[in-house]
Structure formats: structure tokens, C-alpha cells
Design a protein around this ligand. Structure first.
Ligand code: SF4
Length: 350
């Protein structure tokens, strides 16, 4: 494979083939730095030096009736993570504003569970309304599970910009990571959200025993679905979940996965997401040359690198934060949630 020629063609608008995507994944370690540079050309062509920072607000944590094998919030999970029912609107808005002050251009409002009730959607709509009132330029992405009739319309009507529902893995691997819902359930929710004007955010989790071919399969499924934003997670194998102890990724393999996603989705937001610290380790900063987006600070149920260190890494690499980060001081991006100790089970507060 001639990487330079492939890069020129992708920049000119020629979609990569599945064979080319597979060849990218299978490049030897020694050629991975050249691959990062090639993916960087694609990234810079479409996004320049801009880095879009996303910020997660976990509205409701744990206590999920679904059994996704990778998830610390799954039914019966023994993982030591925060478990709480809905944050109050005030807590949620305060958390979102802390992320925005840290430079977030997009706030992701997330709730565990199979899908929201209409009452849940109303509550999230109120939160969106409050955030948008003060920050109309900040994008809001809701992530609430499978949507029913009327729900995407309600979210769009209040100003939600996007809906997240990850495919997570290939259709051919799906029954190895979940038994309580299907791959098709997931694609339908994304299509449903898109049909009502919400931008589709959907991504994957690498490192769950899938083959290289299955990584390519999910990358193309996401392209076929029209995902505008593709978060790439690396499995964090929580104790107390069926995938505990899985450790099949190396930092260089993670970079090849990110680069493959960049070539398949050249002009879409490609986000280096959960697991970047654990799996990329000392190569973490190289992921910014491929991805034009990251999550600031913590993930849903685990702590990430401190928000301040993320912003420093972006600046050190010569990139510019798309949002409006406050310039100085320690950025405490989860002031509300950190007040809750690990493993706390709290009553519904709304
Ligand atoms: S991924 Fe979502 S639906 Fe699956 S167990 Fe976790 S919170 Fe529940």
C-alpha cells in the first residue's frame, strides 16, 4: 500500500475500500508513525489545528437493566462505580457549565438505561434549555439509550444538536458483547434520531475480542449510517464485568485503529474517547494528530486525565481548543459529581 498516494486520494474525496482499511490496521509497528503522519494530513486538511473538546455529564449512573458485557453499569455489575439516579437539573447544569468553562464545545448529557421515559426526556429537555439559554453556541448531545416515537422530536425541538448511540462493535460480533438488545436496535435508534434532524454521534469500543475484519466492519457500518461524530473507545476492562482482564491492545495498535477510522471517516469528528490514558499510555499525544476531538477529563464511570492536563496536552501539540477555555487555574470539571463518594447509591432526586 502506498500511503502517500492513498492519502492524496482520500483528501481528494475518494472513499477508502474495506481492503484498504484492513491493510491500515495490519501495518507493522515500524510503519505506524508514518501512518499517523498520513492520517494527520487528512485531519489537518479537514480540521486544521482545531481540537473539539467534548464534556460528559453523567445524569444517571449504574442501575441499568441491560447486560452489555463491557459496561460497568450493566445489570449485576460488581464494578465499584458511582451509582445514582438522576442528578437534579441544577446539578446537571452546574456540571455542564464547569465543562464549558474548561473549553468544551459540546456537552454530552448521558443517562444509563435501555431508554428514556417521556418524563426523562422532559427532564433532559429542561436541562438542555437551561444550558442553551446561557451558551447558545455550545452543542448539546443527548445519550439516553433507545428512543421511542416522539422522543427525538422533543429533543430536537428544545435545541439538542446531536444524539449519541454507539454501535460499539460489528454486527457479526454483537452477540458476544450483549444479549438484552440487538445490533439492529442500535442502528434503528440512530436512524430514528437522524430522521428528526439530530446529528448522529456513534462509535465503537475496540479490544473486546473482535477481529481486525470486525473493526473494519463496524467502521463501515458507521459510515453507512451517516455518523457525523465517531467516538473511538478502548475497552476499560472493569473488574466485576464479563470482560474483566481483557488486555489485547497495544499503544501502536490503538493508533492504527484511530488512523483506520480517520481514513474511513475523513471529514467527520473522530474522537479519542474512553481508555486513551490506559491504552495509548505515553503515545497519547500522538492520537491528537489523528483525531480532532477528545473528551475532557473524566469518563462516565472512571476518572480520566485531569482536565487541565488535557488542555496542556492540546496546547503542547500545537492544536487550538475550539471552545472557550478559561485561561488560568485548576479546572475542576466535575465539581458536583466528585462530591459523591464511590459506590454511593442514592435515591431518585427528581
Ligand atoms: S452500555 Fe448503556 S445500555 Fe448497556 S449496560 Fe451500559 S448503560 Fe446499560
Amino acid at each position: 500500500m502506498d500511503l502517500n498516494q492513498l492519502t492524496d486520494e482520500v483528501i481528494a474525496g475518494r472513499p477508502v475500500t474495506e481492503d484498504e482499511a484492513l491493510a491500515i490496521l495490519r501495518l507493522p509497528d515500524a510503519e505506524t508513525y508514518a501512518l499517523v503522519a498520513a492520517a494527520g494530513r487528512v485531519r489537518r486538511h479537514h480540521f486544521g489545528t482545531m481540537m473539539k473538546v467534548n464534556y460528559l455529564v453523567n445524569l444517571k449512573s449504574g442501575l441499568c437493566p441491560e447486560d452489555c458485557f463491557y459496561c460497568s453499569q450493566r445489570l449485576g455489575s460488581e464494578a465499584d462505580v458511582l451509582k445514582y439516579r438522576w442528578l437534579s437539573n441544577q446539578e446537571a447544569v452546574a456540571a455542564a457549565k464547569a465543562g464549558i468553562a474548561g473549553g468544551a464545545k459540546r456537552v454530552c448529557l448521558v443517562a444509563s438505561g435501555r431508554g428514556p421515559s417521556d418524563r426523562d426526556v422532559k427532564k433532559v429537555s429542561e436541562i438542555i434549555d437551561e444550558i442553551k439559554a446561557d451558551h447558545p453556541d455550545v452543542e448539546i448531545c443527548a445519550c439516553l439509550g433507545q428512543l421511542k416515537e416522539g422522543q427525538p422530536e422533543a429533543l430536537a425541538a428544545v435545541g439538542a444538536d446531536a444524539y449519541n448511540h454507539n454501535l460499539n462493535t460489528a454486527q457479526s460480533h454483537y452477540d458476544r458483547v450483549c444479549t438484552t438488545h440487538t445490533f439492529k436496535d442500535r442502528t434503528q435508534t440512530i436512524q430514528h434520531a437522524r430522521a428528526h434532524g439530530l446529528s448522529a454521534c456513534s462509535g465503537l469500543i475496540a479490544g473486546m475480542g473482535e477481529s481486525d475484519g470486525q473493526l473494519v466492519e463496524v467502521a463501515f457500518a458507521l459510515r453507512d449510517l451517516g455518523a457525523d461524530s465517531v467516538p473511538v473507545n478502548f475497552l476499560m476492562p472493569f473488574d466485576g464485568t464479563p470482560l474483566a482482564g481483557h488486555a489485547e491492545l497495544t499503544p501502536l495498535k490503538c493508533l492504527r485503529i484511530l488512523a483506520m477510522i480517520r481514513f474511513v471517516h475523513p471529514d467527520r469528528d473522530v474522537r479519542v474517547a474512553a481508555g486513551r490514558e490506559q491504552h495509548l499510555r505515553s503515545l497519547q499525544a500522538l492520537s491528537l494528530e489523528i483525531c480532532n476531538s477528545l473528551f475532557l477529563g473524566d469518563y462516565l464511570t472512571s476518572e480520566g486525565q485531569a482536565g487541565k492536563a488535557d488542555l496542556q496536552m492540546i496546547t503542547d501539540c500545537g492544536f487550538t481548543v475550539a471552545g472557550q477555555a478559561q485561561a488560568a487555574g485548576d479546572i475542576d470539571v466535575r465539581p458536583v459529581i466528585r462530591q459523591r463518594g464511590p459506590g454511593t447509591l442514592e435515591p431518585a432526586n427528581a
